[in-house]
Design a protein around this ligand. Structure first.
Ligand code: FAD
Length: 313
Protein backbone atom coordinates (compact mmCIF):
# COMPACT_ATOMS: atom_id res chain seq x y z
CA UNK A 1 0.00 0.00 0.00
CA UNK A 2 1.45 3.40 -0.93
CA UNK A 3 1.60 6.18 1.66
CA UNK A 4 3.35 9.48 2.19
CA UNK A 5 5.61 10.27 5.11
CA UNK A 6 6.94 13.70 5.97
CA UNK A 7 10.14 14.13 7.94
CA UNK A 8 12.44 16.98 8.83
CA UNK A 9 15.45 14.83 8.02
CA UNK A 10 15.67 11.88 5.66
CA UNK A 11 18.85 9.82 5.84
CA UNK A 12 19.47 7.52 2.88
CA UNK A 13 21.87 4.69 3.69
CA UNK A 14 22.66 2.51 6.68
CA UNK A 15 26.46 2.33 6.76
CA UNK A 16 28.59 4.09 9.40
CA UNK A 17 27.77 7.48 7.83
CA UNK A 18 24.00 6.97 7.83
CA UNK A 19 23.78 5.49 11.33
CA UNK A 20 26.00 8.18 12.84
CA UNK A 21 23.90 10.84 11.14
CA UNK A 22 20.88 9.16 12.74
CA UNK A 23 22.41 9.33 16.22
CA UNK A 24 23.26 13.02 15.88
CA UNK A 25 20.02 13.86 14.07
CA UNK A 26 17.97 12.21 16.82
CA UNK A 27 19.89 14.01 19.55
CA UNK A 28 19.18 17.28 17.69
CA UNK A 29 15.44 16.40 17.99
CA UNK A 30 14.98 16.13 14.23
CA UNK A 31 13.12 12.78 14.44
CA UNK A 32 14.99 11.43 11.40
CA UNK A 33 13.80 8.68 9.13
CA UNK A 34 16.63 6.45 7.91
CA UNK A 35 16.10 4.24 4.86
CA UNK A 36 18.48 1.29 4.94
CA UNK A 37 18.71 0.27 1.29
CA UNK A 38 19.54 -3.09 -0.17
CA UNK A 39 22.52 -3.65 2.15
CA UNK A 40 21.48 -2.90 5.75
CA UNK A 41 24.67 -2.02 7.63
CA UNK A 42 26.59 -1.23 4.46
CA UNK A 43 29.97 -2.50 3.32
CA UNK A 44 31.25 -3.52 6.75
CA UNK A 45 28.69 -6.33 6.79
CA UNK A 46 30.78 -7.97 4.04
CA UNK A 47 33.95 -8.20 6.10
CA UNK A 48 35.08 -10.02 9.23
CA UNK A 49 37.67 -8.46 11.57
CA UNK A 50 37.80 -4.70 11.81
CA UNK A 51 40.88 -3.60 13.71
CA UNK A 52 40.72 0.15 13.27
CA UNK A 53 37.42 1.12 14.84
CA UNK A 54 38.38 3.19 17.91
CA UNK A 55 37.46 1.49 21.17
CA UNK A 56 37.52 -2.04 19.73
CA UNK A 57 40.89 -3.72 19.28
CA UNK A 58 39.05 -6.16 17.09
CA UNK A 59 35.39 -6.30 16.15
CA UNK A 60 33.48 -8.26 13.51
CA UNK A 61 32.12 -5.91 10.82
CA UNK A 62 28.53 -7.27 10.92
CA UNK A 63 28.49 -7.08 14.75
CA UNK A 64 29.69 -3.49 14.69
CA UNK A 65 26.96 -2.53 12.25
CA UNK A 66 24.26 -4.26 14.33
CA UNK A 67 25.46 -2.28 17.35
CA UNK A 68 25.37 0.94 15.33
CA UNK A 69 21.84 0.16 14.17
CA UNK A 70 20.69 -0.52 17.75
CA UNK A 71 22.37 2.68 18.97
CA UNK A 72 20.73 4.76 16.24
CA UNK A 73 17.32 3.24 16.96
CA UNK A 74 17.71 3.78 20.70
CA UNK A 75 18.40 7.46 20.11
CA UNK A 76 15.07 7.79 18.28
CA UNK A 77 15.75 7.42 14.56
CA UNK A 78 13.04 5.56 12.70
CA UNK A 79 14.85 2.90 10.66
CA UNK A 80 13.00 1.63 7.62
CA UNK A 81 13.86 -1.36 5.43
CA UNK A 82 13.23 0.23 2.06
CA UNK A 83 15.23 1.24 -1.02
CA UNK A 84 14.98 4.72 -2.50
CA UNK A 85 14.41 4.34 -6.22
CA UNK A 86 13.89 7.98 -7.13
CA UNK A 87 14.91 11.25 -5.53
CA UNK A 88 13.77 14.72 -6.58
CA UNK A 89 16.01 17.46 -5.23
CA UNK A 90 14.64 20.22 -7.48
CA UNK A 91 12.40 21.73 -4.80
CA UNK A 92 11.79 21.57 -1.06
CA UNK A 93 10.46 19.56 0.56
CA UNK A 94 12.60 17.02 -1.31
CA UNK A 95 10.78 13.91 -2.51
CA UNK A 96 12.08 10.36 -2.34
CA UNK A 97 10.18 7.36 -3.64
CA UNK A 98 10.69 4.04 -1.92
CA UNK A 99 10.60 0.64 -3.57
CA UNK A 100 7.84 -0.17 -1.07
CA UNK A 101 5.63 2.49 -2.67
CA UNK A 102 6.12 4.95 0.20
CA UNK A 103 6.82 8.58 -0.69
CA UNK A 104 9.16 10.35 1.72
CA UNK A 105 8.94 14.16 1.85
CA UNK A 106 11.93 15.71 3.61
CA UNK A 107 13.00 19.23 4.59
CA UNK A 108 16.62 18.11 4.53
CA UNK A 109 18.34 15.03 3.14
CA UNK A 110 21.56 13.28 4.11
CA UNK A 111 22.91 11.08 1.35
CA UNK A 112 24.96 8.20 2.76
CA UNK A 113 24.64 5.64 -0.01
CA UNK A 114 28.31 4.66 0.11
CA UNK A 115 30.12 2.76 -2.57
CA UNK A 116 30.17 -0.69 -4.16
CA UNK A 117 32.58 -3.03 -5.87
CA UNK A 118 33.94 -2.28 -9.33
CA UNK A 119 34.13 -4.95 -12.03
CA UNK A 120 36.49 -5.30 -14.96
CA UNK A 121 33.70 -5.48 -17.53
CA UNK A 122 34.78 -8.73 -19.25
CA UNK A 123 32.05 -10.89 -20.79
CA UNK A 124 33.43 -14.01 -19.09
CA UNK A 125 33.59 -12.20 -15.74
CA UNK A 126 29.86 -11.52 -16.10
CA UNK A 127 29.18 -15.09 -17.26
CA UNK A 128 30.77 -16.67 -14.18
CA UNK A 129 29.63 -14.10 -11.57
CA UNK A 130 28.29 -16.16 -8.67
CA UNK A 131 29.73 -19.33 -10.24
CA UNK A 132 33.40 -18.84 -9.40
CA UNK A 133 33.74 -15.09 -9.96
CA UNK A 134 33.17 -12.92 -6.90
CA UNK A 135 33.93 -9.47 -5.48
CA UNK A 136 33.41 -10.52 -1.87
CA UNK A 137 35.91 -12.80 -0.18
CA UNK A 138 33.94 -12.77 3.06
CA UNK A 139 30.79 -13.93 1.34
CA UNK A 140 32.32 -16.57 -0.91
CA UNK A 141 35.77 -17.52 0.44
CA UNK A 142 34.37 -20.49 2.35
CA UNK A 143 33.44 -22.20 -0.93
CA UNK A 144 37.11 -22.48 -1.95
CA UNK A 145 38.45 -24.61 0.90
CA UNK A 146 41.68 -26.30 -0.18
CA UNK A 147 41.45 -24.88 -3.72
CA UNK A 148 43.59 -22.54 -5.79
CA UNK A 149 42.18 -19.10 -6.43
CA UNK A 150 43.27 -15.77 -7.88
CA UNK A 151 42.71 -12.20 -6.71
CA UNK A 152 42.80 -9.35 -9.19
CA UNK A 153 43.99 -5.93 -8.04
CA UNK A 154 46.74 -4.05 -6.25
CA UNK A 155 45.12 -1.80 -3.63
CA UNK A 156 43.92 -2.27 -0.06
CA UNK A 157 40.87 -4.25 -1.16
CA UNK A 158 42.93 -6.76 -3.15
CA UNK A 159 45.52 -7.27 -0.41
CA UNK A 160 42.86 -7.64 2.31
CA UNK A 161 40.89 -10.09 0.18
CA UNK A 162 44.00 -12.13 -0.66
CA UNK A 163 45.01 -12.35 3.02
CA UNK A 164 41.51 -13.32 4.09
CA UNK A 165 41.24 -15.96 1.39
CA UNK A 166 44.33 -17.78 2.68
CA UNK A 167 42.05 -18.95 5.50
CA UNK A 168 40.39 -21.23 2.97
CA UNK A 169 42.41 -21.60 -0.23
CA UNK A 170 45.49 -23.77 -0.70
CA UNK A 171 47.09 -21.03 -2.83
CA UNK A 172 46.20 -17.44 -3.70
CA UNK A 173 47.75 -15.79 -6.74
CA UNK A 174 47.53 -12.00 -6.59
CA UNK A 175 47.50 -10.60 -10.11
CA UNK A 176 48.45 -6.97 -10.57
CA UNK A 177 49.13 -4.83 -13.63
CA UNK A 178 52.23 -3.28 -12.11
CA UNK A 179 54.99 -4.47 -9.74
CA UNK A 180 53.99 -2.20 -6.87
CA UNK A 181 50.96 -2.40 -4.59
CA UNK A 182 48.95 0.67 -3.59
CA UNK A 183 47.90 -0.84 -0.25
CA UNK A 184 48.84 0.23 3.31
CA UNK A 185 52.37 -0.83 4.25
CA UNK A 186 51.24 -3.03 7.15
CA UNK A 187 48.99 -4.99 4.77
CA UNK A 188 51.75 -5.37 2.17
CA UNK A 189 54.10 -6.70 4.87
CA UNK A 190 51.51 -9.28 5.90
CA UNK A 191 50.96 -10.27 2.28
CA UNK A 192 54.66 -10.70 1.55
CA UNK A 193 55.13 -12.85 4.66
CA UNK A 194 52.23 -15.15 3.77
CA UNK A 195 53.50 -18.39 2.18
CA UNK A 196 50.15 -19.12 0.56
CA UNK A 197 50.15 -15.91 -1.51
CA UNK A 198 52.11 -15.59 -4.74
CA UNK A 199 52.06 -12.20 -6.48
CA UNK A 200 52.09 -12.20 -10.28
CA UNK A 201 53.31 -8.78 -11.40
CA UNK A 202 52.71 -7.05 -14.75
CA UNK A 203 49.70 -9.19 -15.69
CA UNK A 204 46.06 -8.45 -16.37
CA UNK A 205 43.07 -10.73 -16.56
CA UNK A 206 41.70 -11.10 -20.07
CA UNK A 207 39.40 -14.12 -19.79
CA UNK A 208 37.81 -16.43 -17.26
CA UNK A 209 37.50 -19.99 -18.52
CA UNK A 210 35.35 -22.83 -17.27
CA UNK A 211 32.56 -25.28 -17.87
CA UNK A 212 29.00 -24.54 -18.97
CA UNK A 213 27.21 -27.55 -17.49
CA UNK A 214 27.49 -27.07 -14.62
CA UNK A 215 28.62 -23.44 -14.85
CA UNK A 216 31.96 -23.17 -13.04
CA UNK A 217 35.43 -21.65 -13.26
CA UNK A 218 38.39 -23.83 -14.21
CA UNK A 219 41.00 -21.16 -14.90
CA UNK A 220 41.92 -17.77 -16.29
CA UNK A 221 43.99 -16.28 -19.10
CA UNK A 222 46.26 -13.40 -18.22
CA UNK A 223 48.29 -11.12 -20.46
CA UNK A 224 51.73 -9.73 -19.62
CA UNK A 225 51.31 -5.95 -19.67
CA UNK A 226 54.75 -5.41 -21.26
CA UNK A 227 55.33 -8.40 -23.55
CA UNK A 228 51.70 -9.25 -24.39
CA UNK A 229 52.42 -12.93 -23.67
CA UNK A 230 49.32 -14.88 -22.64
CA UNK A 231 49.46 -17.41 -19.81
CA UNK A 232 46.79 -19.78 -18.53
CA UNK A 233 46.39 -20.34 -14.80
CA UNK A 234 44.25 -23.12 -13.36
CA UNK A 235 41.99 -21.95 -10.52
CA UNK A 236 38.51 -22.51 -9.13
CA UNK A 237 37.80 -18.98 -7.94
CA UNK A 238 38.43 -15.46 -9.24
CA UNK A 239 38.08 -12.57 -6.81
CA UNK A 240 37.92 -9.18 -8.49
CA UNK A 241 39.18 -6.61 -6.01
CA UNK A 242 39.84 -3.45 -8.00
CA UNK A 243 38.08 -1.01 -5.74
CA UNK A 244 34.74 0.65 -5.44
CA UNK A 245 32.58 3.20 -7.19
CA UNK A 246 30.32 5.70 -5.39
CA UNK A 247 26.62 4.75 -5.31
CA UNK A 248 25.50 8.02 -6.90
CA UNK A 249 22.66 6.83 -9.17
CA UNK A 250 20.02 8.82 -7.27
CA UNK A 251 21.83 12.13 -7.65
CA UNK A 252 24.22 11.91 -10.61
CA UNK A 253 22.06 14.28 -12.71
CA UNK A 254 21.22 16.60 -9.83
CA UNK A 255 24.42 17.21 -7.87
CA UNK A 256 27.93 18.22 -8.77
CA UNK A 257 30.28 15.20 -8.80
CA UNK A 258 33.99 14.71 -9.47
CA UNK A 259 36.81 12.10 -9.44
CA UNK A 260 34.69 9.42 -11.11
CA UNK A 261 31.33 10.28 -9.61
CA UNK A 262 32.00 11.20 -5.97
CA UNK A 263 29.56 13.87 -4.76
CA UNK A 264 31.29 17.23 -4.29
CA UNK A 265 30.90 18.85 -0.88
CA UNK A 266 31.91 22.34 0.19
CA UNK A 267 35.32 22.63 1.94
CA UNK A 268 35.18 21.53 5.60
CA UNK A 269 31.51 20.68 5.15
CA UNK A 270 29.12 18.00 3.94
CA UNK A 271 26.96 20.57 2.12
CA UNK A 272 26.42 19.69 -1.55
CA UNK A 273 25.60 22.00 -4.45
CA UNK A 274 21.92 22.02 -3.33
CA UNK A 275 21.08 23.77 -0.01
CA UNK A 276 19.53 21.30 2.43
CA UNK A 277 21.19 18.28 0.82
CA UNK A 278 24.23 16.86 2.58
CA UNK A 279 26.50 13.99 1.59
CA UNK A 280 28.58 11.84 3.92
CA UNK A 281 30.82 8.79 3.79
CA UNK A 282 32.19 6.88 0.81
CA UNK A 283 29.70 8.56 -1.54
CA UNK A 284 31.74 11.72 -1.25
CA UNK A 285 35.13 10.43 -0.11
CA UNK A 286 37.56 9.28 -2.78
CA UNK A 287 40.55 9.50 -0.43
CA UNK A 288 40.03 7.73 2.88
CA UNK A 289 36.99 5.43 2.49
CA UNK A 290 37.02 4.25 6.08
CA UNK A 291 34.31 3.48 8.60
CA UNK A 292 35.57 6.07 11.03
CA UNK A 293 35.84 8.85 8.45
CA UNK A 294 32.37 7.95 7.16
CA UNK A 295 30.99 8.10 10.70
CA UNK A 296 32.71 11.47 11.20
CA UNK A 297 31.07 12.82 8.06
CA UNK A 298 27.71 11.44 9.19
CA UNK A 299 28.09 13.46 12.39
CA UNK A 300 29.00 16.60 10.43
CA UNK A 301 26.06 16.13 8.05
CA UNK A 302 23.51 15.85 10.86
CA UNK A 303 24.90 18.91 12.67
CA UNK A 304 24.87 20.87 9.42
CA UNK A 305 21.33 19.69 8.60
CA UNK A 306 20.18 20.83 12.04
CA UNK A 307 21.76 24.27 11.48
CA UNK A 308 20.20 24.49 8.02
CA UNK A 309 16.73 23.60 9.30
CA UNK A 310 16.86 26.04 12.21
CA UNK A 311 17.90 28.82 9.80
CA UNK A 312 14.80 28.04 7.71
CA UNK A 313 12.42 28.42 10.62
C1 FAD B 1 35.59 -5.95 2.37
C2 FAD B 1 35.69 -4.60 3.04
C3 FAD B 1 36.43 -4.45 4.21
C4 FAD B 1 36.53 -3.21 4.84
N1 FAD B 1 37.25 -3.11 5.99
C5 FAD B 1 37.31 -1.93 6.63
C6 FAD B 1 38.00 -1.81 7.87
O1 FAD B 1 38.58 -2.77 8.38
N2 FAD B 1 38.01 -0.59 8.48
C7 FAD B 1 37.41 0.50 7.92
O2 FAD B 1 37.43 1.57 8.54
N3 FAD B 1 36.75 0.42 6.75
C8 FAD B 1 36.69 -0.76 6.10
N4 FAD B 1 36.04 -0.85 4.90
C9 FAD B 1 35.48 0.37 4.31
C10 FAD B 1 34.18 0.74 5.00
O3 FAD B 1 33.33 -0.38 5.01
C11 FAD B 1 33.54 1.91 4.29
O4 FAD B 1 34.43 3.00 4.25
C12 FAD B 1 32.27 2.35 5.00
O5 FAD B 1 31.39 1.28 5.17
C13 FAD B 1 31.57 3.45 4.23
O6 FAD B 1 30.45 3.79 4.95
P1 FAD B 1 29.22 4.55 4.30
O7 FAD B 1 28.29 4.82 5.43
O8 FAD B 1 29.68 5.70 3.52
O9 FAD B 1 28.55 3.58 3.25
P2 FAD B 1 28.38 2.02 3.06
O10 FAD B 1 28.94 1.24 4.17
O11 FAD B 1 28.83 1.74 1.67
O12 FAD B 1 26.80 1.88 3.11
C14 FAD B 1 25.99 2.43 2.11
C15 FAD B 1 24.56 2.25 2.52
O13 FAD B 1 23.73 2.93 1.58
C16 FAD B 1 22.61 2.13 1.32
N5 FAD B 1 22.05 2.54 0.03
C17 FAD B 1 22.66 2.55 -1.18
N6 FAD B 1 21.78 2.93 -2.12
C18 FAD B 1 20.61 3.16 -1.50
C19 FAD B 1 19.31 3.53 -1.92
N7 FAD B 1 19.04 3.75 -3.21
N8 FAD B 1 18.33 3.64 -1.00
C20 FAD B 1 18.58 3.43 0.31
N9 FAD B 1 19.79 3.08 0.77
C21 FAD B 1 20.78 2.92 -0.12
C22 FAD B 1 23.15 0.71 1.36
O14 FAD B 1 22.10 -0.22 1.56
C23 FAD B 1 24.10 0.81 2.54
O15 FAD B 1 23.39 0.58 3.73
C24 FAD B 1 35.90 -2.07 4.26
C25 FAD B 1 35.15 -2.21 3.09
C26 FAD B 1 35.04 -3.46 2.48
C27 FAD B 1 34.21 -3.60 1.22
Amino acid sequence: MSDTRHTKLLIIGSGPAGYTAGVYGSRAMLDPILVQGIEPGGQLTTTTEVENWPGDTEVQGPDLMLRMEAHTKAMGTEIIGDIITDLDLSKRPFTAIGDSGTTYMADAVILATGARAKWLGLDTEEKFKGFGVSACATCDGFFYKGQEIVVIGGGNTAVEEALFLTNFASKVTLIHRRDELRAEKILIDRLMKNDKIEPLWFHQLIEVTGTDMPLGVEGIKVKHTKTGEITEIACKGVFVAIGHAPANELVIDQLETHMGGYVVTKPDSTATSIPGVFAAGDLTDHLYRQAVTSAGMGCMAALEAERFLSEQE
